[in-house]
Design a protein around this ligand. Structure first.
Ligand code: AMP
Length: 405
């Protein structure tokens, strides 16, 4: 399926083009038509599945197609943290560049000047406001937020919001909104408390369940425990002692793409880097070379971890452990496609050990930790608890930790 088959407004399609999204993810395919059709939705999906764009795209489509003015708030997105609010706002800015959709992130912390700025903007109106519950309720209580014509409410990561004790704030916010509206609720789990909340807020919702599929059995997964300083030598070692006609190296950081690519080129390996810094056409050119087997190695961020359509990739190296388990599944799913077999190798430093354990839980498999080559020396010991600070976390104390210093 393509995005144009989903009948999105042409300005939204231009935004998708600019962001380099080629085809919809499963949750986007399922959610977009229902949201355009004004249905309430419960979406069970983790971060990494493309759930943000699954609700942003149809909402932007409706705003653009109906030529909605931004003098009143059209959509409110409530999410648990400032970081998530910023991420959603950034995707919105990218995807909404051509459709003229305006947005305002409103989150905890900040000083009096921030509050006054938000107040002015909220009183003036904006198409979409994205905020954490505490901050939204503070503004709403003061009476100037123009929600009288609100049409859409999105609750993102609802399970996390409940875990953080935001239930009452959310219900208070809803008390300020018009009763006639479309409600979209997303959560990583469908625990009974989420169902209860959904029942109280949503009307006759359609349910979408996108569980992350497990990696294919044809992929051999191994991991090295490696310090960051050892990783580049480890890549070179693997390339020298293995026949790998086609390799993708994934890293979460754009700057690392450049460093790794340069280090490999210096040793005479033919490698090129792809990150969101590159123009779409340049990315496509590199991918084409790779597909045609003219280029053996690409180094990439997660921009291509989904949607890259190349069969017969022999190996995927995770230069670092992706933050989301879903990204791990997407990254390694690039190998062993069609009928071929493939290998996925992950480098785990000290800090990434706990995260890797979460990935192992999600894929319900313990990945074999293989010894480091003698020429490179020992890596860190495997002890996720030790590196995570013994598994103890400070209790959550509201939004105070997000205060600017
Ligand atoms: P999310 O699950 O919303 O956190 O999205 C995870 C990542 O996937 C984000 O970096 C998005 O920019 C990216 N993404 C979402 N939809 C697509 C798509 N259709 N094609 C490529 N990347 C996407």
């Amino acid at each position: 399926m393509t995005f144009s088959e989903l009948k999105l407004h042409e300005d939204v399609l231009s935004g998708l083009d600019a962001m380099g999204f080629e085809k919809p993810t499963p949750i986007q395919e399922a959610a977009i038509p229902l949201i355009i059709d004004n249905k309430d939705i419960i979406g069970c999906a983790q971060t990494g599945t493309g759930k943000t764009a699954a609700f942003l795209l149809p909402l932007m489509h409706k705003i653009a197609a109906n030529d909605i003015s931004d003098e009143h708030i059209n959509t409110m997105i409530i999410c648990p943290t400032r970081e998530l609010a910023v991420q959603i706002d950034q995707q919105l800015e990218g995807l909404g560049y051509f459709s003229g959709v305006t947005s305002l992130p409103v989150y905890g912390g900040g000083d009096g000047a921030d509050f006054a700025r938000e107040k002015n903007a909220l009183a003036k109106g904006t198409h979409i406001v994205i905020g954490t519950p505490g901050k939204l309720i503070s503004h709403l209580n003061l009476g100037y937020v123009k929600v009288d014509q609100l049409q859409h409410l999105v609750l993102d990561e609802a399970d996390r919001m409940l875990d953080m004790g935001f239930h009452d704030d959310i219900m208070k916010i809803i008390g300020h909104l018009p009763k006639e509206r479309q409600n979209l609720l997303f959560s990583a789990t469908m625990a009974p408390k989420i169902r209860k909340m959904a029942k109280a807020i949503l009307q006759d919702p359609e349910e979408i369940n996108i569980s992350i599929s497990k990696p294919s059995e044809k992929i051999t997964q191994v991991a090295f425990l490696a310090y960051d300083a050892q990783k580049i030598d480890l890549v070179k070692h693997l390339l020298r002692y293995n026949d790998i006609p086609s390799l993708v190296i994934f890293t979460s950081r754009k700057t690392k793409v450049r460093d790794i690519t340069r280090a490999l080129q210096k040793e005479g390996f033919e490698a090129k880097g792809i990150s969101s810094d590159l123009e779409q056409t340049a990315r496509e050119d590199i991918l084409r070379e790779f597909k045609n087997k003219q280029l053996p190695i690409i180094v990439a961020t997660d921009v291509i971890s989904r949607g890259i359509d190349v069969d017969n990739i022999d190996m995927v190296i995770n230069y670092d452990v992706p933050g989301d388990a879903a990204d791990y599944v997407h990254r390694i799913g690039r190998t062993a496609r069609a009928s071929s077999e493939g290998e996925a190798v992950t480098f785990i430093n000290e800090e990434d050990q706990e995260n890797f354990q979460k990935i192992e839980q999600l894929i319900e498999k313990e990945v074999r930790k293989v010894p480091m080559p003698a020429s490179i020396g020992d890596g860190p010991e495997y002890n996720p608890k030790k590196y995570s600070g013994g598994g103890k976390r400070k209790p959550y104390k509201g939004n105070r930790k997000y205060k600017k210093r």
